[in-house]
Design a protein around this ligand. Structure first.
Ligand SMILES: [Zn+2]
Length: 266
């Protein structure tokens, strides 16, 4: 029995049912990490979005005050049809993902969860997850939100040197170098920066209009951004910022009663 590891109390799937029943009396907030298994250029592993969303959810829960929000098991697969011309990519349909997230949300509501924070590590899941969130809200009347980097993106774009860094570029290569350097092949990192010279078409522009493309038509390597500018130091800074901002957001949600969140005062 010596060296028995203690399980963090916020990991939903590691608890026993009576433990969950007790914790549900003091915690009504759960984080659902969502990712993807898809190409991330010739230098990064396929699981970046999946691994990072779960890593982030756990760091955020750790940083939260007691009682910490629940962290649910992460969903590995996402809407990645646009990367399917690159081997290794595994794609599920928008319908399958939204149906799964809807069922998980309804089941959480039945358990007594009143607030769900969907922590999305893959931008192209966003419309599908927002659709599922609306359906959960419609049917269970609980608070549901989807975070796809909104709490930090604006700061990150100001911190980095690449314009339009979208996929497997400066940001994702840096964040992976910071936590899993052994999985990054910097010899194969390239500059695949896209510039549409149009603030409405640029993916990271505040005035950008959503549009969709199969990645291979934009980039032969699968990189959209400048991976050569990545460093572990930048990655550590980006993680620090993302975890801090997301923790502030989750704390607000956790500490505010649902009725108060809706501001139904007048
Ligand atoms: Zn990614």
């Amino acid at each position: 029995m010596k060296n028995k590891k203690t399980t963090p109390e916020y990991l939903w799937a590691s608890l026993k049912w009576p433990e969950i029943e007790e914790r549900l009396k003091i915690v009504d907030t759960a984080i659902l990490p969502c990712g993807a298994i898809e190409q991330h250029g010739p230098h990064l592993p396929l699981d970046v979005d999946y691994f990072d969303s779960y890593y982030m959810a756990q760091r955020v829960a750790e940083a939260c005050a007691d009682p910490k929000p629940f962290v649910l098991p992460p969903l590995p697969y996402g809407v990645s049809y646009h990367h399917s011309e690159f081997k290794g990519t595994i794609c599920v349909s928008n319908n399958a993902l939204s149906a799964l997230v809807y069922d998980i949300g309804m089941s959480l509501a039945e358990n007594g969860i009143k607030k769900i924070v969907i922590l999305n590590g893959h931008g192209d899941n966003a419309p599908t997850l927002k659709y599922a969130a609306q359906m959960i809200n419609r049917d269970a009347r609980i608070f549901v939100c989807v975070e796809t980097g909104e709490t930090s993106d604006i700061d990150i774009y100001n911190m980095i040197d690449t314009h339009n860094d979208i996929h497997a570029g400066e940001v994702e290569t840096s964040t992976t170098l910071a936590i899993r350097p052994e999985l990054v092949d910097m010899d194969k990192a390239i500059d695949g920066t896209l510039d549409f010279n149009n603030e409405y078409l640029d993916f990271t522009s505040e005035r950008g209009v959503s549009w969709y493309a199969h990645t291979k038509r934009l980039s032969k390597s699968g990189v959209m951004g400048n991976a050569t500018l990545a460093s572990a130091e930048k990655g550590k800074k980006i993680w620090g910022l993302m975890i801090k901002n997301m923790t502030e957001f989750v704390e607000t949600i956790k500490n505010t009663a649902v009725d108060e969140l809706y501001q139904n005062k007048y």
